[in-house]
Design a protein. Structure first.
Length: 262
């Protein structure tokens, strides 16, 4: 499975698109400009959702096979100051860490956004990631909780537990999760069941100092902001990690979104 990547620089709106082949080979595609100041860009299968935390302005778009970006809907007005925007297919889960407030929404195939439900969970989660319809909440002290988003956008809690503290990045690959610490390069993999139960799989070590991790199906893309170094890897269903390729792109991109299966 190949995938496309969209790189974005918030200060000037500069974007670049690229493609990662199944063997990890990187191909640059096109460059362009979008609005400045987006704080979140999240993939919705083949589409993208843009959100600006300061004023709640949002937009949707699409990257097509040749790397061209196509705008869909603009000036979608949502609540401001969401700290996390997590995609689940074409649904979205919004979370405000300071208060625990949540909201869900849906983006259809035309890029139109519909508000679904509002609610609340515990405050101060650092990372929220989705595995299918299930959500994993992680706090830097190692506390985790899981929940499920139904088709109508309602949230139900599932389980709680503890993992190692200090993970800085968590990404998903099917029902498998990949954990990374940027200070020392320690990694771990695990699996989340549909009942919200977490099972550890494997541990290992990669380079420290990666600033961005983006899943592309079974492949994973690493990016280092200071010098533009990227690397690709693959995670199998047993959580085993294998290196694929390495390349360089422009440094100082703020946000990267991965779109698998284009």
């Amino acid at each position: 499975m190949s995938g496309n990547l969209l790189f974005y620089r918030a200060t000037n709106g500069h974007i670049a698109t690229s493609q990662i082949a199944p063997d990890g080979k990187f191909t640059a595609l096109l460059e362009g400009r979008l609005e400045t100041g987006w704080t979140h860009i999240v993939p919705l299968e083949q589409d993208l959702f843009f959100y600006r935390s300061g004023d709640g302005v949002s937009a949707t778009g699409r990257v097509i096979h040749d790397g061209h970006f196509v705008a869909l809907e603009s000036n979608i007005l949502l609540d401001a100051h969401w700290t996390h925007v997590t995609p689940l297919g074409h649904d979205l889960f919004f979370y405000r860490a300071g208060s625990g407030e949540t909201a869900t929404g849906h983006v259809d195939s035309q890029g139109t956004f519909t508000v679904l439900q509002k609610g609340s969970v515990n405050k101060d989660w650092n990372i929220i990631d989705a595995v299918g319809r299930e959500l994993l909440f992680y706090r830097s002290d190692g506390l985790i909780a899981t929940g499920r988003i139904e088709g109508d956008g309602s949230f139900s809690g599932l389980a709680t537990g503890n993992l190692s503290p200090g993970w800085t990045h968590i990404t998903t690959h099917g029902r498998e999760l990949f954990f990374y610490r940027t200070d020392n390069g320690v990694i771990a993999t695990g699996r989340l069941s549909v009942n919200g139960i977490f099972t550890g799989l494997a541990t290992g070590q990669v380079k420290p100092d990666w600033t961005h991790l983006n899943p592309l199906g079974r492949e994973l893309q690493f990016y280092r902001r200071r010098d533009g170094l990227i690397a690709t890897t693959r995670i199998d269903t047993n959580g085993i990690f294998s290196n694929l390729g390495q390349a360089n792109v422009d440094p100082q991109f703020d946000l990267i979104a991965g779109l698998a299966g284009l």
